[in-house]
Structure formats: structure tokens, C-alpha cells
Ligand binder design. Structure first.
Ligand SMILES: *Cc1c(COP(=O)(O)O)cnc(C)c1O
Length: 458
């Protein structure tokens, strides 16, 4: 097809919003390793997971066999408020880079929460409501997940208790107010409202918190409060499943114009947007129908894939959650407070970890000043002010496009633009003032985290 005909934005029709999520695990020969009960070291059963998670979500978590799972009509209807999201051809960025590469991005920031997190938040709130629960608890790091969940809970009339990593709580008061506007209660973590929070505070006075701490607190509250369950915005199989709407839409939009990406790039915190974006493409790759180069981008200050260990680890600092086999820096790892842009989790989705381990995708890490350079360049030519997390993907998309300029290759690059950065202006301010620094943990720093890995022989 004549390439000139590709519009700046490819919108799908409302009727083309997927009616089923795609479960990539069904096509994986080597399935992600199961969650283990930390006491027995046996795979967690649905019964054991039921006190923590909603029933239907447990079923999705454990489902390694069904390739497609119906999206309930209520969720499809909610998706219609802000989906399909546009697939944008970055003509202006291509021109600015003077590259023969063709760059596309799937933009997930077109909703009030400002990120892709709403895709899973609404699903999780729906299943909690369907089960007749009163409310849910969760953690939030940079705040996007908490915001998305607050929106979803208010839509279904559920109570929402958010434990927010303390450093973000202090740096992003406006995020907190958005959550409260949607009716959520927000507590800085670690806090004195839970036993585990008190323990962590006693051991690390003055800590700025971590996602791992906040998860422990949220799980404690969910499991000790009648009618509550815990929900998580990334890492879990069920979250990657919900996020497959991103990839399904992106692929449908590209297919309309006969476009095939050569390289697919996404930032990776816990792996949900990347897992969602690549899902249908990875499915083709696993079934031997097509090949794609897939790159996960992580911050050099929290390098789970590129410098972590593939091992069973706790998902939280308090070690109350099941063990997951993943690329991890150790549940005690807390990234430097100087690190601005999200993606602070110590571990990685076990689905993506297995795919990476099997050589089906690559990973790279980037330093934050170079990430903000890319963010600035992108904002100035494409108009959208990107979230720092998303800008990790922009950085590598630009680098790959510049390589094409050297070699003259006309590669097609697709990256995930997961959200907007309006609440990240403290970090942008640092960058604009020239006071942003890069921090890369030393091997000795990482060893401390690895020393806390559970000593199990499997
Ligand atoms: C949460 C978040 C991420 C990282 O989380 P993943 O689960 O790895 O996708 C990336 N970008 C934005 C805007 C986010 O809010």
C-alpha cells in the first residue's frame, strides 16, 4: 500500500475495540513458573489465593491454557469512554531525526488517569464488584495506578484504599488529590497504620518507601478487613492479560494499512504495558507465524532485566506475598531517591521474565538524563508531554531510528507511549534546571539486594 496514505493518527472504530483479551501464556511452550506458597514452596492454589485476590482474577492468574478470554460487556462499555486509543505515526519526530525509519506509537495517555493503567483497573474493579466486595486495597508508586483504580472504583461504587510510596506522596500532591476527588483514601507508605509498616519504619527510619513496602501494607489491610481484596496494577499475569487491549488495537490498526513493525519497544516497570503491547505480536512469534525484535527498556537505576537474577523472590518487602520466579533485584532493593521516573519495582512480570529468559525478547537500560533529553525532544516535535516512564521507550525508539539513519535502513518501529507527564513536573524541573543526576547502582549495591533472595532449592 502507498505509504503516503498513512494518516497521522490511525483510529479504529468503536466496534473494533477488542471483545476478548489475548492470553499469551496459552502460546508459550515454557510457561511462566507458578507462584509459590512461601510456607510450603508448593504452587499456590486458587483456594490459597482467594483470601487475597478476587475469585475471577485468581482464575485468570492461573489460566495458562485459554488463548482468548471474553471481556465482559460492562468493561467493554467503559473502554468506549476512552478507547480505542490512537496509533500515531510520528512524522514530525522522523523529520526531526532525519531518519528513514518509520516510527509509530500507541498513545495510552488519553484518559484522566493519564496512563494505560485504567485498562486493568476497570477490569479488576468490575470483578471485585461482581463478587459483592465492599472495597479493594492497593499500592501506588508514581500514582498512576492509584489514580486509575480510584476512577474505576468510583465507577462501580467500591471503596478504595491506596498506599502510596512516601517519596511520591510528597512529590506529587496533585496526584493524591485526584485520587481523593474520586473518593479514594490515600496513605503514605510505609505508615503506622499496619504492622508491617511499623516494622519497616523501625528497621529503616526515614525511608522514602518502595513499591515492595506499599504492597505489603495493602495486602495486610486487605486480608485483615472483611469484604476487601487486594489488587495490583502490574507484574501479575492477569494485568498483562487486560493490557493486551493495547497490542490488539495496535496490531488491528497496523494491519489495516498493511504495516508490520520490525522493532517493538516498551518501557518496563513491572511489565504490564510492554506485555500488553507485544501480546499479539509475541503470539505470532511463538506460533512461528512472524518475527519481531522486541526491546524492554528499564532505568539504569532499577535494572531488573539487565542486571537482576532470574530466581524465585518475594513480590513485596514484608515477604507476606507468594514467591514469583522473575528477574529481580531482591525484594529489599530500594532504588535511589534521586531516581525520578517510576519503574521502581524490584521485580518483573514472570511471563516477560520467561520470554526474556528464552531469548524471545531483549532488554536494555537507560540513564535518566538521557531519558529526559528524549522526552524534551519528543514533546517539542510531537506535542505530547510524555510521562518519564514512557520516555524510556522514546529514548530507545530514537536511538534505533538514528541507527537506521546511519545504515539507511527503513525499519518500522512501534513503541508504547504509556502516558502523560503533567504530574511529573518536579522531575522535569530538575532536568530543566540542569540539576538532574544519574545514579547507577554498583555491583556491591545489587549484591545487598541479592543477599535477601529466599534460599530455596528447586
Ligand atoms: C505504571 C506505568 C508504567 C510502568 O508499568 P508497567 O507495568 O511496566 O507498564 C509505565 N508508564 C506509565 C505511564 C505508567 O503509569
Amino acid at each position: 500500500m502507498d505509504e503516503k496514505k498513512i494518516p497521522y493518527k490511525i483510529y479504529l472504530d468503536e466496534s473494533e475495540i477488542p471483545s476478548k483479551w489475548y492470553n499469551v501464556r496459552a502460546d508459550m511452550k515454557n510457561k511462566p513458573a507458578p507462584l509459590l506458597n512461601p510456607g510450603t514452596l508448593k504452587p499456590m492454589t486458587a483456594e490459597e489465593l482467594a483470601p487475597v485476590f478476587c475469585e475471577e482474577l485468581v482464575a485468570q492468574e492461573l489460566n495458562d491454557t485459554d488463548p482468548y478470554i471474553d471481556i465482559p460487556e460492562e468493561i467493554q462499555n467503559f473502554y468506549k469512554m476512552y478507547r480505542p486509543s490512537p496509533l500515531i505515526r510520528a512524522y514530525f519526530l522522523e523529520k526531526a531525526l532525519d531518519t528513514p525509519a518509520k516510527i509509530y506509537y500507541k498513545f495510552e495517555g488519553n484518559n484522566t488517569s493519564g496512563s494505560h493503567k485504567l485498562n486493568s483497573a476497570i477490569a479488576q474493579a468490575y470483578y471485585a464488584k461482581k463478587q459483592g466486595l465492599k472495597g479493594v486495597t492497593t499500592e501506588t508508586g508514581a500514582g498512576q495506578w492509584g489514580t486509575a483504580l480510584s476512577m474505576a472504583c468510583s465507577y462501580f461504587g467500591l471503596d478504595c484504599k491506596v498506599y502510596m510510596v512516601k517519596v511520591s506522596y510528597e512529590q506529587k500532591p496533585f496526584r493524591r488529590e485526584v485520587m481523593r476527588t474520586y473518593g479514594a483514601s490515600v496513605t503514605p507508605s510505609p505508615s503506622t497504620t499496619t504492622n508491617i509498616g511499623k516494622k519497616i519504619l523501625a528497621a529503616h527510619p526515614g525511608t522514602t518507601g518502595s513499591l515492595g513496602c506499599a504492597i505489603s501494607e495493602a495486602v495486610e489491610v486487605a486480608t485483615t478487613t472483611e469484604g476487601y481484596r487486594y489488587v495490583l496494577g502490574s507484574v501479575l499475569n492477569q494485568v498483562l492479560l487486560h493490557q493486551s487491549v493495547i497490542g490488539l488495537e495496535a496490531k488491528a490498526a497496523m494491519d489495516k494499512y498493511g504495516v508490520k513493525p520490525d522493532i517493538i519497544i516498551g518501557c518496563a516497570g513491572g511489565g504490564s504495558n510492554l506485555g500488553g503491547l507485544i501480546a499479539p505480536f509475541m503470539g505470532e512469534k511463538l506460533r512461528g507465524e512472524a518475527d519481531y525484535r522486541i526491546i524492554a527498556v528499564e532505568p539504569a537505576s532499577c535494572p531488573s532485566f539487565t542486571r537482576g537474577k532470574f530466581a524465585y523472590d518475594f513480590c513485596d518487602t514484608g515477604m507476606v506475598c507468594p514467591l514469583a520466579k522473575m528477574y529481580t533485584l531482591g525484594s529489599g532493593f530500594i532504588p535511589s531517591a534521586n531516581h525520578a521516573g517510576g519503574l521502581r519495582y524490584h521485580g518483573m512480570s514472570s511471563t516477560l521474565s520467561q520470554l526474556y529468559h528464552d531469548g524471545l525478547m531483549e532488554a536494555t537500560s537507560v540513564e535518566q538524563t538521557s531519558v529526559f533529553e528524549a522526552a524534551e525532544k519528543f514533546a517539542r516535535v510531537e506535542g505530547i508531554l510524555p510521562a518519564p516512564e514512557s520516555s524510556h521507550a522514546i529514548r530507545v525508539a530514537i536511538d534505533e531510528a538514528l541507527k537506521c539513519k546511519e545504515t539507511g535502513e527503513e525499519k518500522t518501529i512501534l513503541f508504547g507511549l504509556t502516558g502523560t507527564g503533567y504530574f511529573d513536573m518536579v522531575a522535569y524541573e530538575k532536568y530543566n534546571d540542569g540539576v538532574m543526576t544519574d545514579y547507577i547502582p554498583t555491583d556491591a549495591d545489587l549484591e545487598k539486594g541479592f543477599a535477601g533472595l529466599p534460599k530455596i532449592d528447586l
